[in-house]
Design a binder for this molecule. Structure first.
Ligand code: ZN
Ligand code: ZN
Length: 136
């Protein structure tokens, strides 16, 4: 079975173990997922896998910058496969994370605010908290 995540692991110099492939497939499917959610799905096809192994693999993938941690207030961190810069809409009730594009005005404003404060702008990370349509 050829899979884009096998190529992804290889391109990062990582061994494409079945567990890592399953972890990436799961995160890809869910978009953003915490370790418990990933474990629940991955153990279906890997009955002997432990939560600690999932945790270790995810930590390794974050260190290699193949996964990115999305830290959430009041919820366990979620993980996503690295992609173009974007911002997150985060539901305060269920913790659902939705990707939204960061538009040029926000980028420009960040640069201006940095310049105005003699700060060398490098990057922006924007989390917007609110209530999703399912929880409203
Ligand atoms: Zn919600
Ligand atoms: Zn995201």
């Amino acid at each position: 079975m050829q899979n884009i995540n096998i190529e992804l692991l290889k391109s990062y110099g990582l061994k494409a173990t079945p567990q890592r492939i399953d972890i990436l497939n799961t995160i890809e499917k869910l978009g953003h997922a915490n370790i418990d959610e990933i474990y629940e799905i991955v153990k279906k096809s890997n009955p002997t896998i432990s939560l600690a192994t999932v945790y270790k693999n995810i930590t390794a993938l974050v260190e290699k910058a193949l996964l990115k941690e999305v830290a959430l207030n009041n919820f366990k961190s979620k993980y996503e496969i690295i992609k173009d810069r974007h911002s997150h809409l985060i539901c305060k009730v269920c913790g659902k994370v939705t990707d939204v594009e960061l538009n040029n005005e926000i980028l420009l404003l960040s640069e201006q605010l940095s310049n105005n404060n003699n700060f060398n702008y490098k990057d922006i990370e924007l989390n917007i908290y609110g209530i999703c349509s399912s929880c409203a």
